[in-house]
Design a protein around this ligand. Structure first.
Ligand code: FAD
Length: 322
């Protein structure tokens, strides 16, 4: 019996959210007195796989089939299911990412497991009971959920777990699920990675985001210059993309992308609940708004009451001087 962690790769490295999952998985394994194994799929450097030992992973099962370099839900599910069986895993952990959301329910049905998404803390394990805490109502509340099936499947909310770096080195073994053409019947025609200065928005450590308070697309150089000075990705509120000031892939919130950066800087955004739903797992939120009553200030760690057109140029100057 072991704990299995599915880790995602990006440009040959393991995504930060998957390092969080690996840390979580090995901490659960410790609680259960067992070991944590990872399964990785597609284009990931071997060195990145062995480094998963730092998060407490003892062994990595790797399927390097080049057809898996882009995400194909049914094929990924088949490889992960094979790894679950091979390891007799009782707990399966992965990130609550877009990929995690696409495979979670499929795996639960295929393996007859109990699935909890958006999990924010280590489980409470007492005798036969296994209870996890998950965020609900767009992160406004938490619910404790008992996972009762033999296989517990846990999708971790990004930024909920501090990544550990104290472990050793993981060994890497191949795994193959004997995939056939039928497993690739539904392959995405095109996968587009939208980056700002090489920074991918869902994985960005810093995000600078603008709202309707920016007045128009002609002022977006302020958001871009601040982002560039900080090595950040740019984002926006929904009305901004609806008005075509910015492309739709930058819109964050309930109907857009969910981001979990270490630092989220919101400029001229009111802080409607639908916007907060996409940003409230950010570690530190800074709000710049000229209205001291703007609701976003309630969710902010730091707030600047002021005109964006005066405040942001000063921040750019300060960031460039760093
Ligand atoms: P506004 O609400 O117009 O706020 C602009 C802010 O800028 C104000 O607080 C103002 O004080 C400030 N401001 C103005 N001038 C300046 C200045 N010079 N300097 C500094 N501050 C200034 N929204 C999303 O963002 N993401 C979603 O995913 C999303 N999904 C939705 C889903 C549904 C079903 C619905 C009904 C709505 C959704 N919305 C979403 C819309 C959401 O309710 C808000 O309308 C939207 O977030 C407001 O965008 P905003 O803050 O940019 O604009």
């Amino acid at each position: 019996m072991s704990v299995l962690v599915f880790v995602e790769g990006l440009n040959g490295e393991i995504k930060k959210s998957s390092l969080e999952s690996a840390t979580y998985g090995s901490q659960v394994a410790q609680k259960l007195g067992t070991t944590a194994t990872a399964v990785a799929i597609g284009e990931v450097h071997e060195e990145a796989l062995t480094r998963l030992g730092e998060q407490g992973i003892s062994k990595v099962l790797y399927d390097g089939d080049s057809r898996l370099n882009q995400f194909v839900a049914d094929a990924y599910v088949k490889v992960i299911a094979k790894a679950v069986g091979q390891e007799s895993a009782k707990v399966l952990v992965f990130s609550n990412s877009n990929i995690g959301a696409a495979i979670g329910a499929k795996l639960a049905v295929r393996l007859n497991g109990s699935l909890a998404t958006n999990v924010t803390a280590l489980p409470k394990i007492d005798g036969g009971s296994f209870v996890v805490t998950r965020g609900v109502f767009s992160g406004k509340a938490f619910a404790d959920v008992a996972l009762t099936a033999d296989l517990k499947i846990i999708a971790i909310k990004k930024n909920s777990i501090d990544i550990s770096t104290s472990g050793g080195t993981a060994t890497v073994q191949s795994i193959s699920a004997d995939l056939t053409d039928a497993d690739f019947a539904e392959v995405p025609k095109e996968t587009v990675m939208q980056e700002t200065d090489g920074v991918l928005l869902p994985e960005a450590a810093i995000v600078v985001s603008g709202g309707r308070g920016m007045k128009g697309p002609e002022n977006w150089h302020l958001i871009e210059d601040l982002a560039s000075a900080l090595g950040a990705a740019t984002a926006c509120s929904k009305p901004v993309s609806d008005m075509d000031w910015r492309p739709h892939h930058e819109h964050v919130g309930q109907t857009g992308i969910t981001v979990s950066p270490n630092l989220y800087i919101a400029v001229g955004i009111s802080g409607a609940i639908q916007h907060l739903a996409g940003v409230n797992s950010s570690k530190v939120i800074v709000v710049i708004n000229k209205d001291p009553e703007a609701p976003f200030f309630k969710a902010a760690d730091y707030g600047i009451v002021g005109d964006a057109f005066e405040v942001v140029p000063k921040l750019i100057e300060a960031a460039r001087a760093l």
